[in-house]
Design a protein around this ligand. Structure first.
Ligand code: 7RM
Length: 661
C-alpha cells in the first residue's frame, strides 16, 4: 500500500540502523544460465549501465517489440512531475495481447487456463480468447460505452475478468477493477470517483466451498451510483440474483445479439488504459492512472526478462485481478508475450491446504508467482502437504507484495523449488506499474531477502533527508530519480495530490514510501514502510528486519512488529507472532524469542512485549496492517487471551472497514 507522503521531520529517516546480516548468496545454476536470455551478471550490469546512459535509446529499441499502428515521434517528454512516453504513437493493448498472436501457430496455443474452485477447468486458446474479447467489447459498445468512458469490473477470478479488461482496452474505455471481495461501499466510492456508467460483474464466485454474493453487493452499491446505466452480469455460480429490467443484462444473452468482429481502436500512446484504486492510511482512495504504451512496455519487458517466459511455459500467478499484480502479471505482461496464464478462482486451502501444489502438479506449472504472506501460510500448514505432489515441473519462482523473510525464502527455495529454481523477488508498486527492482534469473546472484538490483532504465537509490545517497548498509528513503515508461501518470482527477504524494518529499525524485538500504554490493534491502520505522532509544529499526529475525525461529510462522510509545526508550517494541501448527503458547517461548532476536540483531531490538495470535490483520493483497496493530499495542493490555480477542476483533474490523487492498 502506498501512503501519503508526509511532510515533516518526524519522518526523518537518516540512519535507519541495519543490524540483521544475511550472508547467504546463491549463484545461478549453470543450466539456467546456459539457456537464459541474459546469461551473465556482467551482461546485466553492462546493459543496465547503457540503459541509464541513454534511456531513450534503450526504451525506443525495446518498444519495437510492441505492435504499433503508428510509430512514435519522441520516446519521452518529461515536464516534472508529468511524463509522456512514445509521443505521437498509436497502438492498442488488446491487439498486442491477442491479435498479433493469431498469425502463426500460437493461434491455437492456450492463452488462459482457468481452474475454478470446484475443480472445473476451462482453457481458452488465443483465438478463442480473442473472440470472447471482441464479443464483450461489442456488448459494451451496444450499451453506449465509447472511447474514454470508464467501465468498472467487479468480478471473481474467472476468465471473464481478463476478457473484460481486454474488451475495455480494445475500445479504449479505461477499466477500473475492484476486488470482488470488497464491500458495496468500496465499489460505490470508486465507481463515483471515476464516473463509470457501466459495471461488469457476476452473480457470484466460489470461495471456500460457498458462493459469494457478488451481484448483491453491486445492487447495494447501485443505490448510490447515479451515473451507472447498465450492469453486465456473468453467470458463474447460477445462484439466484436480482436482475433489474432495463439495467441488468446477462452477458450470455447479450453476446447473442452482437457480432464477433470488433475492430480495435487505434489509440494514442498516452490514452488512459486503466485506473486502479489504492488506499493510503488517510484520505479517500487514490485512483492510480496508467496509460497505454508505457505501461504495456513495462509489463511486457519485465515479464520477458524477470520470468524468462517461454512459449511452452505454464505460468501461474496467484494474485487477484483486483490487485496491480493481477493486471500486470496475470493479464497484460503474460499475454503480450504470447504466454499461457493460469488463473485459479478460490482459496489456497480449499478443500485442503495443498490446493496450489495440486494445481501445479495437475497443469505442470513451470513458473509460480506468489506472495510472502502465502508462503508463510504454507510453512504454518506444514511440509507434508507438498510431499504429496510432484512439483518437478517448476523452473522459476517469484515473490511479490512484501519483503520476503530470509527463512521463508529458504523454505520456498528448498521445499517448493527443490533447490533448482531461481527466486525472483520483485519490488514494485501499483504506481510503478511494473517490476522495478528484482534479480534477472540466470544472471543475478541471489541473496535471500533482497530484491537485488534495478531493472533497465530504472535509476533507483537510497537517500537521506537531504536527498544524498546513504553509505552502504545505512537505511534511508527508496527513491527513483528519473521517469520510466510504466510509471503512473497521475491520480485520477487530482494532479495536485499526485505531485504532493509522490514528487515533493525528495527533490526531483519519485519517493515510494518505502525505507531501504543498499549493501556493499549495491543490493537493495527493503526494511519496511518509512512510516513504520521503529525508534528505540535513538536507534531506528526497520520492521522487516525484526520480523525476519522472529520468523527465523523454528516455532514461528509469522510476525508483525510495531512500536508503542514508551517514556524511557521513545518506543517499545511490540511483536505479534503466529506460531506454527501444533506449537503451544508459553512464557518460556517468549523468553526464547527475546533471546533469539537479541542474538540475530542485538539486544536493542528485543521485543518488550510479545503477543501470540492466530491471525494478523492484513490487507487484501496480504500486507500486514501495522497501523491497526499499533492501536492495539498502544491500548492498555490485559492478559494474553484478552489480546487474542482484541486481535480477532481487529481482523473483523479490518474486513468491515475495507479500507485497504
Ligand atoms: C506489487 C505491489 C506496494 C508496496 C511497496 C512495498 C511492498 C511489494 C515488495 C515489497 C519488499 C518486495 N503493489 N512490496 N513488493 N516490499 N519486497 N518484493 O505489492 O501497490 O500493492 O504495494 O508493497 O512496501 O511499496 S502495491
Amino acid at each position: 500500500m502506498s501512503t501519503e507522503a508526509p511532510v515533516s521531520s518526524a519522518r526523518s529517516v537518516t540512519n535507519i540502523d541495519s543490524m540483521l546480516k544475511e550472508k547467504r548468496v546463491f549463484k545461478p545454476s549453470a543450466k539456467f544460465t546456459r539457456e537464459a536470455r541474459i546469461g551473465s551478471f556482467k551482461k546485466y550490469k553492462k546493459m543496465h549501465k547503457a540503459s541509464l546512459k541513454n534511456p531513450d535509446k534503450f526504451w525506443g529499441k525495446a518498444a519495437e517489440e510492441l505492435s504499433w499502428f503508428r510509430k512514435w515521434r519522441k520516446v519521452c517528454v518529461w515536464k516534472p512531475p508529468f511524463a509522456e512516453w512514445f509521443v505521437g504513437g498509436k497502438l492498442n493493448a488488446s491487439v498486442n495481447c491477442l491479435d498479433r498472436h493469431l498469425e502463426g501457430p500460437s493461434r491455437n496455443k492456450a492463452a488462459l487456463i482457468f481452474e475454478g474452485e470446484p475443480g472445473d477447468v476451462v482453457t481458452l486458446t488465443y483465438q478463442q480468447l480473442h473472440r470472447e474479447v471482441c464479443l464483450m467489447a461489442n456488448v459494451l459498445k451496444k450499451h453506449g460505452v465509447k472511447t474514454g468512458d470508464r467501465v468498472m469490473i467487479y468480478l471473481p477470478m474467472i476468465p471473464e475478468a481478463v476478457i473484460a479488461m481486454l474488451a475495455c482496452a480494445r475500445i479504449g474505455a479505461p477499466h477500473s477493477v475492484v476486488f470482488s471481495g470488497f464491500s458495496a461501499e468500496a465499489l460505490k466510492e470508486r465507481t463515483n470517483d471515476c464516473g463509470a456508467k457501466v459495471i461488469i460483474t457476476a452473480d457470484g464466485g466460489f470461495r471456500r466451498g460457498t458462493a459469494l454474493a457478488v451481484k448483491r453487493n453491486v445492487d447495494e452499491a447501485l443505490l448510490g451510483t447515479p451515473k451507472v446505466k447498465a450492469v453486465i452480469v456473468v453467470q458463474r455460480t447460477k445462484q439466484d440474483v436480482n436482475m433489474a429490467p432495463g439495467r441488468d443484462f446477462w452477458l450470455h444473452d447479450e453476446v447473442q445479439k452482437v457480432s464477433a468482429v470488433c475492430k480495435p481502436e487505434a489509440l494514442d500512446s498516452e490514452h488512459p488504459l486503466f485506473i486502479l484504486y489504492t488506499s493510503g492510511s488517510t484520505g479517500k482512495p487514490k485512483g492510480i492512472l496508467h496509460t497505454t504504451a508505457g505501461y504495456l512496455l513495462g509489463c511486457h519487458l519485465t515479464t520477458k526478462y524477470y520470468f524468462d517466459l517461454r512459449p511452452e511455459d505454464v505460468y501461474f500467478c496467484t494474485a487477484d485481478v483486483g490487485w496491480i499484480t493481477g493486471h500486470s502479471y496475470v493479464a497484460y505482461g503474460v499475454l503480450s508475450n504470447g504466454g499461457t496464464s493460469l488463473i485459479y478462482e478460490g482459496a489456497p486451502n480449499f478443500p485442503e491446504p495443498d490446493r496450489f501444489w495440486r494445481i501445479i502438479d495437475r497443469h505442470k506449472v513451470n513458473i509460480f508467482y506468489t506472495a510472502p504472506t502465502a508462503i508463510r501460510s504454507f510453512i504454518k500448514w506444514g511440509d507434508d502437504w507438498l510431499a504429496r505432489h510432484d512439483l518437478s515441473s517448476l523452473r522459476l519462482l517469484g515473490s511479490v507484495g512484501e519483503p520476503i523473510n530470509p527463512e521463508a525464502w529458504m523454505w520456498y527455495h528448498e521445499k517448493v523449488g527443490g533447490k533448482r529454481c531461481p527466486i525472483v523477488d520483485t519490488w514494485w508498486q501499483t504506481e510503478t506499474g511494473a517490476h522495478m527492482i528484482a534479480p534477472i534469473p540466470g544472471a543475478t546472484p541471489l541473496k535471500p531477502g533482497s530484491a537485488t538490483l534495478p531493472f533497465f532504465g530504472v535509476d533507483a537509490a537510497v537517500v537521506d533527508d537531504n536527498g544524498e545517497e546513504t553509505a552502504p548498509n545505512v537505511g534511508g528513503k527508496l527513491v527513483i530519480r528519473r521517469p520510466w515508461p510504466s510509471m503512473l501518470r497521475s491520480i485520477y482527477g487530482d494532479a495536485a495530490r499526485y505531485r504532493k504524494t509522490y514528487w515533493s518529499e525528495v527533490k526531483g525524485c519519485y519517493f515510494a514510501g518505502d525505507g531501504a538500504r543498499r549493501d556493499k554490493d549495491g543490493y537493495f534491502w527493503i526494511v519496511g514502510r518509512i512510516d513504520d520505522v521503529l525508534n528505540v532509544a535513538g536507534h531506528r529499526l526497520g520492521t522487516s528486519e525484526v520480523e525476519s529475525a522472529l520468523v527465523s525461529h523454528p516455532d514461528i510462522a509469522e510476525a508483525a512488529v510495531v512500536g508503542r510509545p514508551d517514556e524511557l526508550k521513545g518506543q517499545a517494541v511490540v511483536a505479534f507472532v503466529t506460531l506454527k501448527n501444533g506449537v503451544p503458547h508459553s512464557n518460556n517461548l517468549k523468553e526464547s524469542l527475546r533471546a533469539h532476536v537479541a542474538k540475530e540483531i542485538g539486544p536493542i531490538a528485543k521485543p518488550d512485549d510479545i503477543r501470540f495470535t492466530d491471525a494478523l490483520p492484513k490487507t487484501r493483497s496480504g500486507k500486514i496492517m501495522r497501523r491497526l496493530l499499533k492501536e492495539a499495542a498502544a491500548s492498555p493490555t490485559g492478559d494474553i487471551k484478552g489480546d487474542i480477542t482484541t486481535l480477532e476483533d481487529l481482523t473483523v474490523l479490518a474486513k468491515l472497514k475495507q479500507t485497504e487492498e
